[in-house]
Design a protein around this ligand. Sequence first.
Ligand code: 1GP
Length: 250
Amino acid sequence: MKKVLDLMSARKSARQKSFALLIDPDGADPSKASSLIRRAEAHSVNYLFIGGSLVIDNQVDELILRIKDQTDIPVVLFPGSVLQVSPHADAVFFLSLISGRNPELLIGHHVLAAPVIKKMGLEVIPTGYMLVDSGKPTTASYVSHTQPLPHDKPDIAKCTAMAGEMLGLQVIYMDGGSGAQHPITPEMVYAVSGGINIPLIVGGGIRDKSTALQILNAGADIIVVGNALEHNPTSSLLEELTDAVAECSM
Ligand code: 1GP
């Protein structure tokens, strides 16, 4: 069963763009998260991604069970570590950090996680994860001990994503890192999307509709927003971003 990956691929084939709301289990205030999820349901959010680079309070199970009580939006784990897996999610991004050269994050933690994930029966989405320099070190670049891809070198990003697809990875997640100072440039998104046939996810530092539109029009299939909505769960930003996705899908 590859339900979530099939959904991502089918939406890409139908030229339908998607919106993913990222919830960091460490930052999630239960009451704010609940109201955000109610609004996500009302505004046709396509996926809920759960994850962060640190594990301060391991409340992933509890958070997902609460989400599942409120919505049928697919929940996908975006784990910062082996500790952030839960059998209650619908799928897990099995992330290989292909922008970096840290063997533990290319194929290391995966060896430890594989039997745990298999036992949980989770859908696995083999994912090429690419960190891109966003103007300042992010938690992800610091914790991963890797050098992100240069912000202004779309061709390096394109070749990296192409190699990931050739290795059999099923989606590419290009990330400026949570709270990125500068989002990934449309030029880089355009180059990468033109080099691959698998779904392209882009996140990091998207804080307004015009940035979302530029990234979607450049070829991203799914945009991910965490920080901006986590800090302002009741703002109109969620509507603006889901409107951007709908406009680009027409
Ligand atoms: C981070 O792509 C996500 O891994 C989302 O980033 O929190 O900056 O929206 P933001």
